[in-house]
Design a protein. Sequence first.
Length: 219
Amino acid sequence: MTLKLYFSPGACSFVPHALLEAAGEPFEPVLVKIHKGENYTPEYKAVNPRSQVPVLVDGGEVITQVVAIVNYLNDRFPQFNFLPKEPMARTRVLETLAWMNNTVHPTFTHVFLPAKFAGTPEAQAEVKAFNAGLYGTLLTELDAMARKAAEEGRPYLAGQHFGPVDAYALSLLRWGGFAGHDPEGYPSLWDLVQRVAKLPPVARAMERERLQLNVYKPA
């Protein structure tokens, strides 16, 4: 077994986790408990000095960052069409994936870990509240993408095949519950995410990570 995935439950590492399950290739899942600071241990920093997940190890190669790992898995398992083969379609999917990773995800980080961005409790509360509201607008944008896909007869965001943007959409909508957003308020996105969660490889990844799809609790 040459493939090893370092992941943390519920983190963006869920994206390559789901893709590896879909590929059906044996891999070693390595749990990193971020809430206990295991990503800052000398052992983990020897794997990834940036102390982040995910990390994919293939033989002697260590790959970090979601977009890079997705691109690698697509090339390693081309038969699963994780990314479209047509150049412009592939570019559009990577465009969406990058936006999820560099805009939507960091907005949630400001909600979930406001102490990283402000020093006082008052400032942290302001950072959290502001970004929770902003996160709702980003979920609305994702909901519009899911609605357009449905209207065009696409079962998944990128077309006919399950891929990374679908797994990331599941994670992002799930995180919305922690930010105070009811997933049912985004009906097209919620419908997509529920269907994706029922796919056997996605269900296996969710079971390993012990993830609940809807974590929203009314105030």
